[in-house]
Design a protein around this ligand. Structure first.
Ligand code: FES
Length: 177
């Protein structure tokens, strides 16, 4: 039976022209794979390793992992579109994540997000990730960062900041400019 009228699944992956896996990363990945009884089970760990190295996951990274694990690329793609922690576009060197869930929203995270965006020349109405033209900062809203008692909460890369006010936000940016 021929199926007609289906809309193709959009490909959300972006190309990465300069994609090269350095030998150290390739060796790390080979070692990770040995920890699993079947190669496929290492898929998530390989995605984490790629994101840690490149900062995001590109079309080329998905194809590289698929080849490495002897899987069709769709098996890697489906993980990326299921798990929200993977980044599908390049981000800034410093990634600012502002929590917008209830406790932080009540404590002023909307204004705080506006403050970061305005200071960095980004659109304060855009909730998705935005990056400054010089590639130094990205700002985005995220859901609960599990520090509700210290709302509003912001993460800058791996640093966790509680009770963030505009002065603390300014200090966070100034020391990285
Ligand atoms: S609501 Fe913001 S950290 Fe939980």
């Amino acid at each position: 039976m021929k199926v007609t009228g289906l809309t193709p699944i959009p490909n959300v992956l972006r190309p990465q022209g300069n994609f090269v896996v350095p030998p150290a990363l390739a060796a790390e990945i080979d070692e990770v794979i040995t920890h699993y009884p079947v190669k496929r089970s290492a898929s998530l760990m390989l995605l984490h390793a790629m994101q840690e190295h490149f900062g995001w996951i590109s079309q080329e990274a998905v194809e590289w992992i698929a080849r490495k694990l002897e899987l069709p690329p769709i098996n890697i793609y489906e993980l990326l579109t299921f798990y929200p922690m993977f980044r599908l576009q390049p981000a800034g060197k410093y990634q600012i994540k502002v929590c917008r869930t209830l406790s932080c929203a009540l404590a002023g995270s909307q204004k705080l997000h506006e403050h970061f965006c305005t200071r960095l020349g980004l659109d304060p109405h855009q909730h998705e990730i935005q990056t400054t033209p010089d590639g130094r900062f990205s700002v985005e809203f995220v859901e609960c960062l599990a520090g509700c008692g210290g709302a509003p909460v912001v993460m800058c890369n791996d640093e966790f900041h509680e009770n963030v006010n505009p002065a603390k936000a300014d200090a966070m940016m100034t020391k990285r400019e």
